[in-house]
Write a protein that binds this ligand. Structure first.
Ligand code: AMP
Ligand code: GLY
Length: 444
């Protein structure tokens, strides 16, 4: 990477990572492992991030405040983790101040912030996705639901942290969700249902050149066997041994590159991670959604395997030099991330509870802990501060071993009311994930 990037890739790189979650902890951890990165800062961070780098109590969604901090710290790169600061224009403000930033502009982040906008771009770029209709009234919603039939898919057309989507067999429940979105002043997107396993593929983009990471699978529902409401994500694993050969190349060729090209053509180049949320359906690979950032908790698993120094890659993307990146290197092991959530998540989570056993958990072979919603309480103990609390991440020779290690680690942690899924990567480890026939060829 360094040789390939020549003079573009300096030593002593200082990086500021924006965001409070597990994804940001994973990014910070990988940056610290990059020998060319001399200093990492975080804002606002969490209790786990604060153990490894300086954290700054700055509002991540305030473009001016983040820019002032980046200037004060004289960083060479700002990495924006979550969607909210992107939608608020944090990247634009930092970029205007002349500091390289890994994260799309407010306009480019519309690919995530507005599902209707994403559909429009996909239509223009000829990217395969679910058929969809926008509805603004109960009548339009009912018409669209009847046009596509069950199972019904109703999506809030705005940022909802993965929780604005209802997939249901019940027409009444689908209508009720649409009505709730209308009552809140929003619109909805109603879609045809996509069958087949889901894949998260993160594609780094410098606005023109794209570089894919290793695909992962996320577990969105709160309970085992994909039951219960959607969450931000309860666990992930990578790589996907069951994925059809050529999947990543297909997604680049038919989905990621055309999307990035379309954004550049419109004068709103996409710099950052184009997160392709895919369904491998019986009719081919389809985009379920785009996100404009790394996924959480997939990043915790994916970065655990990345051996190419992360700082150099993100800086190359921020500077428009990804064309000079060498092929990425990956650890041969499998990685599993299991999320621990607090009681009552994804509803209103209970917070302020003490978390014990973290040292014992990270002492398990191949295991590390990445914090999300944690803080230090008055006595200096780690306590819960949000819905998703942390992830236990494990590397293992295969998925089975990575799973065993992750759950052994989780078994050491004590949190009153804590919830986690027992089946993360279980089907894949048993070789039971099936791709419907004809999937693997995007768009056929
Ligand atoms: P989204 O916020 O668009 O990612 O949707 C959240 C989750 O809802 C996805 O990860 C899928 O599990 C499910 N979902 C969304 N759209 C569809 C669809 N058209 N067909 C089937 N499931 C879907
Ligand atoms: N894990 C899903 C997301 O980050 O949106």
């Amino acid at each position: 990477m360094r040789a390939a990037l020549g003079g573009v890739y300096p030593w002593g790189v200082k990086v500021l990572v924006i965001g409070p979650g597990g994804r940001e902890h994973a990014i910070v951890r990988s940056l610290l492992a990059d020998p060319a990165v001399s200093e990492v800062h975080s804002a606002p961070g969490n209790a786990g991030i604060a153990q490894v780098v300086p954290t700054h109590a700055v509002d991540a969604n305030d473009p001016a405040a983040v820019t002032v901090l980046a200037e004060k710290l004289a960083v060479d790169l700002v990495v924006v983790g979550p969607e909210a600061p992107l939608a608020a224009g944090v990247s634009d403000a930092v970029r205007e101040a002349g500091i390289p930033v890994f994260g799309p502009s407010k306009e480019a982040a519309q690919l995530e912030a507005s599902k209707a906008f994403a559909k429009q771009i996909m239509a223009e770029a000829n990217v395969p996705t679910a058929m969809a209709r926008v509805a603004t009234t109960a009548e339009e919603a009912a018409d669209a639901l009847d046009a596509f039939g069950a199972p019904y898919v109703v999506k809030d057309d705005g940022l909802a942290a993965g929780k604005g989507v209802v997939v249901t067999e019940e027409r009444e429940a689908a209508l009720a969700h649409a009505q709730a979105c209308f009552d809140a002043g929003g619109t909805v997107v109603i879609e045809e249902y996509l069958d087949g396993p889901e894949v998260s593929l993160f594609v780094l983009s410098d606005g023109h050149t794209v570089v894919p990471l290793s695909p992962a699978q996320d577990f969105k529902r709160i309970f085992d066997n994909d039951l219960g409401p959607n969450t931000g994500g309860m666990g992930a694993y990578t790589p996907l041994d069951w994925a059809p050969e050529g999947l990543v190349d297909d997604v680049i060729r038919r989905i990621a590159q055309p999307t990035v090209d379309e954004m550049a053509k419109r004068g709103t180049p996409f710099v950052g991670v184009l997160y392709c949320g895919l369904a491998l359906t019986s009719r081919g690979t389809r985009v379920i959604e785009f996100n404009a950032r790394f996924g959480d908790p997939e990043t915790q698993a994916v970065l655990a395997r990345l051996r190419t120094p992360l700082g150099g890659l993100l800086l190359a993307a921020a500077k428009g030099r990804l064309d000079q990146a060498q092929e990425l290197r990956w650890a041969p092991e499998s990685a599993v991330a299991v999320v621990l959530a607090s009681e009552n998540y994804p509803d209103t989570p209970r917070t302020g509870d003490r978390i014990r056993g973290l040292k014992k958990a990270s002492a398990v072979d191949g295991v590390h802990i990445l914090h999300a919603g944690t803080k230090l309480d008055e006595d200096g103990n780690v306590a819960t501060a949000g819905g998703r609390v942390l992830a236990v991440v494990a590397l293992g020779e295969d998925l089975q071993e990575a799973r065993e290690r992750a759950y052994e680690g989780m078994g050491q942690i004590r949190l009153e009311g804590g919830q986690f899924r027992r089946d993360i990567a279980a089907k894949a480890a048993r070789g039971e994930v099936r791709v419907p026939e004809r999937a693997g060829k995007a768009g056929v």
